[in-house]
Design a protein around this ligand. Structure first.
Ligand SMILES: Cc1cc2nc3c(=O)[nH]c(=O)nc-3n(C[C@H](O)[C@H](O)[C@H](O)COP(=O)(O)O)c2cc1C
Length: 217
């Protein structure tokens, strides 16, 4: 049994997405104590910004004519895809930045999509694989709030993970992580505490679900 875990937070200390990811991983690990866990930290060890364009260019260039950068980009896309396809379960922990998807996660997805096994239009090599997405937001975007509709990341991530990569996906969300950090949000302390508890419960629940799905395979 093996788990692939990707973290996209740009910090380690105090990262709430990592903390929720740890809960999911802990539940999965409790069910599979001897299992292998492969990690990728794309927020703190980003993929080179040029690789995606090189991989796309490589796909339009005969293999014998590819540049060394193009060959390296294809190789990296292959490695990233291998990480997804060889794992039995997947965990992604991705915060909201600037009302959109983390640039590091976008670059990562873009590069994976250049691998022929994951290219849109055919059944992806990840189809049916169990996965959990943890996503956190500093603010609150729920219905009726002033910024309803400003979270442009979650829907895109779901589209990619559920529809393009065809993962069997559960999502853990925690809003208001900036309460206690930004004094302007102090009035929401009680609500934020409740949302944190709910997210931790969700993470436990979906971590157990991920482990059970694994057993069923
Ligand atoms: C540069 C930057 C931009 C951010 N932009 C947003 C944003 O647009 N909306 C939001 O709700 N939170 C935003 N946040 C807050 C993060 O989503 C929040 O701090 C989250 O907890 C970060 O994930 P982490 O705790 O795993 O590091 C931003 C944080 C940073 C550092």
């Amino acid at each position: 049994m093996s788990l692939f875990r990707l973290d996209a937070s740009i910090r380690i200390e105090g990262s709430t997405s990592r903390a929720l990811g740890d809960i999911v991983e802990g539940e999965w690990g409790a069910a599979h104590p001897d299992a292998v866990i492969t990690r990728r930290h794309i927020g703190t060890e980003p993929l080179p910004a040029t690789v995606w364009a090189d991989a796309v260019a490589a796909s339009m260039t005969p293999e014998s004519e590819r540049t060394s950068n193009q060959l390296a980009a294809v190789d990296l896309a292959r490695t990233l895809t291998d990480e997804l396809t060889t794992a039995d379960a997947l965990l992604f922990a991705v915060p909201l930045y600037n009302f959109g998807v983390s640039q590091h996660f976008k670059s990562y997805v873009d590069l994976v999509l250049t691998d022929p096994r994951m290219a849109p239009g055919a059944t992806p090599a990840t189809a049916g694989k169990p996965a959990v997405l943890v996503t956190v937001q500093g603010g609150n975007y729920s219905a009726g709030t002033p910024k309803e509709g400003w979270d442009h990341a979650t829907a895109w991530m779901r589209r990619i993970l559920e529809d393009v990569w065809q993962l069997d996906l559960d999502v853990v969300t925690r809003e208001f992580t900036l309460v206690g950090v930004n004094p302007a949000l102090d009035q929401f302390t009680e609500l934020a505490d409740e949302l944190k508890r709910l997210a931790e419960d969700q993470a436990t629940h979906h971590g157990r679900g991920l482990a059970q799905l694994q057993r069923a395979i």
